[in-house]
Design a protein around this ligand. Structure first.
Ligand code: PEP
Ligand code: MG
Length: 761
């Protein structure tokens, strides 16, 4: 079978049509409205390679490559692609492709119909192996000659340098990986986007639909912040939606190319999907989910008011049982605990240990491995994303590894003391990220079904709380995930990760006369968050960087070596000593504010005296940013001084105070939060800590100032319950905790009403 219409292909045909082709065939056969098309099968590619005699030639080149020599790899890739592109396709193959294209034109009723030509790679014996995104896709192609040319380009793209590298790294034999090519009518959609048939971050039975104007590329590539809609699938009720400012769109240019243009002014803030369209989409989602018997991640488009489905695949994040807090493991009790630490990010994960002693060892970590290291740094984030679990020797619940793992949703155990010594390279282990335990061996991890049922039935109706439940964000790239929690804004946007991932010390930008670049970098990062959350507020916290964390940066050589960086040159005290950095941060916010992002607030960390607040406000004024007018301006309550003198800060003028219990606890109890030796002495529930939290909330309430919390205590349901009783105005939690916190807040609020009613009887 060399060329086959979608109608004759099903999901069983992955081996010949590739994942994409088989999927489109399956949907077509199921009666789902898919734009028509055909597949040039993997067999055709094989025939081309063998009949023309170029196969051996190409294999010889591949056998010679040292994939770690980037230049050599690139050169060989170019050479192979050149061979394929310059070799004529035998006539028996071209005839079949031309016939199939002509039949498609006839079916659609247009001469030279515009088509999308997409690669769909597949591996012999392992058809389900994923090569997603490694090969090329070409849009808006028309005419049989061009179709043939682009089919050949797709074949050549099997030998892109990155594809060769991937196959070598993952031990796929080049000769056993084939490529099918999908040729499909282009839908020049007026609106398009994606639909998850269940909420991908919570698993709730709610369709999450994202949509924007023009071709679907805008949403899929992340070039635009789309509108977001949540639809209750049981009663087709729209639970929630947010209309984004959609700045760009893709459309076909007169020359046939896809190009990015600005969205016309009047459509930018216009709602994309009507209620009728949302219901039609949701119904379609239900049909597809039923067909596959599993939640799906789909792409859709409306063209001339007709709905088309362009793609459907299972939602992979739901299958990542390792990162689910609802997971449980059989027979844990019988297993040996190898190391213990602090449960820093909930969930269970099994995998092979990879010990990272030096940063250049990160390549060792392959998908699903367990990273074991002394302490993570921002350079490690790409490898952390590949890991199924993380274990560190050092650190407490609020260290870098803990914060980032929670945001990525990866189980993590920190502060084990000696995991890098005890655990052995390549041994299989299982992590319990809630209890802080690391067991020997791999376990069968299963979902706790009763939990899921309980949660989904609880969440069929949205929970309304008067106390705002917000979310903390440390990595701008995780903003969408944070937004999907349904949070009422961002109660803490940390700056440190943005600075650290730039690789350059902020001071170096200034010393090199590159303030503009620093401002640009900050704007790009902050934008990712304020845009997703617009119009709900995002409180940006100015830089709070302990000196030890910034030493590895370019320009970080001059950072002082402090005995106790936690008590050292950090937070607002340092920013006032180096006001150029603070100024750059304020300038970035001013520019975003001028672009219409009126949802940004500024939060000052580690204040110890009202004078610091006064000076920070003056610096904001200097760059043209008016505190309390352009931006809400507030402080973090992280020192006993701030908690004991909150009235004096209120006198200077603040819109809000957010309690940072991570630092407040360490300073009240004299316990270094990063020192695992004293982790047992660290408690946010110590009466002295609770006393100062209570004082802060009361004084804010008396003055009519918003009070909030963004330390880890705000992610602990039983503490949040108390805070609501004390009258806190908002709570900001980690992404993984928002849902539970929302439940507790609602319960606590209802209890207060009930108690008051009972008292009045
Ligand atoms: C805190 O101290 O509670 C806080 C939220 O800030 P960080 O953890 O970034 O120090
Ligand atoms: Mg802090």
């Amino acid at each position: 079978m060399y060329v086959e219409k979608f109608e004759n292909i099903s999901k069983k045909d992955v081996g010949i049509a590739g994942g994409k082709g088989a999927n489109l065939g399956e949907l077509t056969q199921a009666g789902i409205p898919v734009p028509p098309g055909f597949v040039v099968t993997a067999e055709t590619y094989n025939k081309f390679m063998n009949d023309t005699g170029i196969f051996n030639n190409i294999m010889d080149i591949l056998n010679e490559i040292d994939i770690n020599n980037t230049k050599e790899l690139q050169n060989s890739a170019e050479k192979i692609k050149g061979i394929i592109i310059n070799t004529d396709i035998p006539e028996d193959i071209t005839t079949l492709i031309i016939e199939a294209y002509n039949a498609l034109c006839q079916k659609v009723g247009t001469e030279d119909v515009l088509v999308a030509i997409r690669s769909s790679a597949t591996a012999e014996d392992l058809p389900e192996a994923s090569f997603a995104g490694q090969q090329d896709t070409f849009l808006n192609i028309s005419g049989s000659e061009s179709v043939i040319d682009y089919v050949r380009k797709c074949w050549a793209s099997l030998f892109e340098a990155r594809a060769i590298f991937y196959r070598e790294e993952n031990n796929f034999e080049h000769s056993k990986v084939y490529i099918a090519v999908v040729v499909q009518e282009m839908v020049e959609s007026e609106k398009a986007g994606v639909m998850f048939t269940v909420n991908p971050s919570t698993g709730e039975d709610v369709a999450l639909i994202e949509g924007s104007w023009g071709l679907g590329e805008a949403v899929v590539s992340g070039s635009v912040t789309p509108d977001t809609y949540y639809v209750d699938k049981k009663i087709n009720d729209i639970l929630n939606f947010s209309i984004a400012d959609k700045k760009v769109m893709f459309e076909k240019s007169p020359s046939g190319e896809t190009k990015q243009i600005d969205v016309p002014e009047k459509l930018r803030n216009e709602r994309v999907l009507s209620e009728k369209e949302l219901i039609e989409l949701t119904e379609m989602g239900k049909r597809i989910q039923k067909h596959y018997n599993a939640p799906q991640d789909t792409e859709w488009a409306f063209y001339d008011n007709i709905l088309y489905m362009l793609q459907s695949r299972p939602i992979t994040t739901l299958d990542e049982k390792s990162s689910s807090d609802n997971s449980s493991v059989d027979e844990l009790e019988d297993r040996e605990v190898l190391v213990k630490g602090l449960g820093a990010s909930p969930g269970m994960a099994s995998g092979s240990v990879k010990i990272i002693n030096k940063i250049d060892e990160l390549d060792k970590i392959k998908d699903g491995d367990i990273m074991v290291t002394t302490m993570t740094t921002p350079d490690m984030v790409p490898a952390m994303k590949r890991s199924s679990g993380i274990i560190t020797d050092e650190g407490g619940i609020t260290c870098h590894a803990a914060i980032i793992s929670r945001e990525l949703g990866i189980p993590c155990v920190v502060g084990t003391g000696n995991a890098t010594e005890i655990l052995k390279e390549n041994n299989k282990v299982t992590i319990d990220g809630k209890k802080g335990l690391v067991f020997e061996g791999e376990f069968k991890i299963t979902e706790e079904k009763h939990d899921e049922v309980a949660t989904s039935s609880q969440s069929t109706a949205p929970i309304i709380t008067v106390t705002d439940v917000k979310v903390n964000v440390s990595m701008p790239e995780a903003a969408k995930k944070a937004f999907a929690t349904g949070a009422d804004g961002v109660g803490l946007l940390r700056t440190e990760h943005m600075m650290l991932t730039s690789g350059v010390h902020p001071k170096k930008f200034i010393l090199d006369g590159k303030e503009d670049e620093l401002i640009k970098m900050l704007m790009e990062n902050i934008l990712k968050v304020v845009d997703v959350f617009y119009p709900t507020p995002v409180w940006y916290r100015t830089l709070d960087a302990p000196t030890d964390e910034f030493q590895t940066l370019d320009g970080g050589e001059d950072e002082p070596h402090e005995h106790n960086p936690m008590l050292g040159w950090r937070g607002i005290r340092r920013e006032l000593d180096e006001p150029e950095i603070l100024k750059a941060e304020f300038k970035a916010i001013k520019k975003l504010h001028d672009q219409g992002y009126t949802n940004i607030g500024i939060m000052i960390p580690l204040s110890q005296s009202p004078d610091e607040l006064k000076k920070a406000k003056e610096i904001a004024e200097e760059v043209g940013l008016k505190p309390h007018k352009d931006v809400d301006f507030g402080i973090m309550v992280e020192t006993p001084a701030a908690a004991l003198m909150i009235e004096d800060f209120i006198d200077v003028g603040i819109d809000f105070a957010s309690i940072g219990t991570n630092d407040l606890t360490q300073y009240i109890l004299a316990v270094d939060r990063n020192n695992e030796l004293v982790a047992k002495n660290y408690s946010e529930e110590h009466p002295a800590v609770l006393k100062l939290i209570k004082r802060t909330i009361q004084k804010c309430n008396e003055a009519g100032i918003t009070s909030s919390i963004c330390g880890q205590a705000g992610s602990r349901p039983h503490i949040v319950e108390k805070l609501v009783e004390l009258g806190i105005t908002s709570v900001s939690s980690n992404t993984d905790a928002v849902k539970d916190v929302r439940h507790v807040v609602a319960k606590s609020e209802q209890k207060l009403i009930l108690d008051a009613a009972r008292k009045n009887k």
